[in-house]
Design a protein around this ligand. Structure first.
Ligand SMILES: NC(=O)c1ccc[n+]([C@@H]2O[C@H](COP(=O)([O-])OP(=O)(O)OC[C@H]3O[C@@H](n4cnc5c(N)ncnc54)[C@H](O)[C@@H]3O)[C@@H](O)[C@H]2O)c1
Ligand SMILES: O=C(O)C(=O)C[C@@H](O)[C@H](O)[C@H](O)COP(=O)(O)O
Ligand SMILES: [Zn+2]
Length: 361
């Protein structure tokens, strides 16, 4: 077992990473939330079995529980499913000591997290991530929210969890496509913050894809630490530092929105977005061709896509990028690499260069 501490003053919390301890979550919630007497477990159709195990350990730890299941997939990050969670909290007679326990991937974490952030103006939240993506990224840092039909994650709030319980054995049931998708965010950390970690991924891509216990433990704990370091310095994305976690995401969110939520998995969109961002940085002469080649090679070694589907009109993609949350006054903004392990926020990127990148598909 390994613990990563997120230091945020009164909102500090532990991320516990265990190779497999299904009974551990009840005592963990008890110790993270001493006053909790009830908990709503939220899962999706594919994480229901894990959710029921979590519920049993919460009951054994003395909590009264409710259980809510939403359909699996990105379209569930919507008002309709959010309203169902509010109903479930009402039916449970939730009060401010009721914990919301999100058992699932990033969709469940974001949706249940936003329900926790907003019901009764804030309930404690515990994240129990069950996908590679949610273990390395979405369960940490407090971004919660849902999609607007015209823009990804446009409705949301910052709401830090009280604790994150990462049981790597949940990955045993995760299908290959979903597992690989989460690795895009792992590559992201290497590019934006840690050239040594990037080199580790290059050297160990096969072990990571094979989900060897050592490789999983390393990529999850290193990713959580790197993300926690950023969040500790810029929790609410006010100084611009946290925006570096958005590398590849200006493109990615446009692909997800224009393609229809769920057509590409988030990590797949991020992979294509990072390829586009690297090519854009190359056109702006920020990096050399060797950087682009290395990143492309690693993404391909992980069997991630790098080419945007051709059918999405450039004008539509650009219009969506102008409404991205980082945009100011309709100006597109991009996080772009300046060397391996370092990125910067750029505005005033010439639109013809962005078009070039999108149109050389
Ligand atoms: N809040 C943040 O900081 C943050 C960071 C990154 C991504 N995100 C969001 O996360 C979402 C993507 O998360 P995701 O990739 O986890 O997708 P997801 O939650 O849709 O999960 C992927 C699929 O795997 C299934 N699944 C989950 N765990 C399983 C398991 N253990 N066994 C079998 N099946 C399982 C799910 O039912 C789903 O079908 C996107 O909405 C993205 O915007 C948020
Ligand atoms: O935690 C962050 O900050 C991130 O940017 C992490 C991203 O991987 C994640 O996809 C996030 O949800 C995107 O944030 P958004 O503010 O652009 O919606
Ligand atoms: Zn992301």
């Amino acid at each position: 077992m390994n613990t990563v501490r997120v230091n945020l003053g009164s909102r500090s919390y532990d991320i516990v990473i265990t190779p497999g301890d299904p009974a551990g979550i009840g005592p963990f919630v008890r110790s993270a939330l001493r006053k909790a007497s009830t908990a709503l477990v939220v899962c999706d159709a594919n994480t229901q079995a894990h959710g029921r195990t979590v519920e049993a350990t919460l009951t054994a730890a003395g909590l009264r529980t409710g259980f809510a299941t939403v359909p699996a997939g990105e379209p569930s990050k919507c008002m309709e499913q959010l309203a169902k969670l509010y109903d479930a909290l009402y039916d449970l007679a939730a009060d401010r000591s009721t914990a919301v326990v999100a058992v699932g991937g990033g969709v469940i974490g974001d949706l249940a997290g936003f329900a926790a952030a907003s019901y009764n103006r804030g309930l404690p939240l515990v994240m129990v991530p069950t996908t590679s993506l949610s273990m390395v990224d979405s369960s940490v840092g407090g971004k919660t929210g849902i999609n607007h039909p015209k823009g990804k994650n446009l409705i949301g709030a910052f709401h830090q969890p009280a604790g994150v319980w990462i049981d790597l054995s949940y990955l045993d049931t995760l299908p290959e496509r979903e597992f690989l998708s989460g690795l895009a965010e792992v590559v992201k950390y290497g590019v934006i913050l840690d050239a040594e970690f990037f080199a580790y991924l290059e050297a160990n891509a096969a072990a990571v894809r094979a989900r060897t216990p050592q490789a999983l433990a390393h990529i999850v704990s290193r990713s959580c630490r790197l993300k926690a370091d950023v969040v500790e310095k810029d929790e609410h994305e006010t100084t611009g530092l946290r925006a570096i976690l958005n590398y590849g995401h200006t493109f990615a969110h446009a692909f997800e929105t224009c393609g229809g939520y769920g057509s590409l998995l988030h990590g797949e969109a991020v992979s294509i977005g990072m390829e586009c961002a690297a090519r854009l940085a190359r056109k702006m002469e920020l990096i050399g061709a060797d950087f682009v080649a290395r990143q492309t090679k690693l993404l391909q070694a992980i069997a991630l896509p790098i080419v945007p589907p051709a059918q999405w009109p450039t004008d539509e993609l650009i219009a969506v990028m102008r409404r991205d949350k980082k945009a100011v006054g309709g100006q597109m903004r991009f996080i772009l690499p300046t060397q391996l392990g370092a990125v910067k926020l750029f505005d005033n990127v010439p639109e013809p260069l962005v078009r070039d990148v999108l149109e050389s598909r």
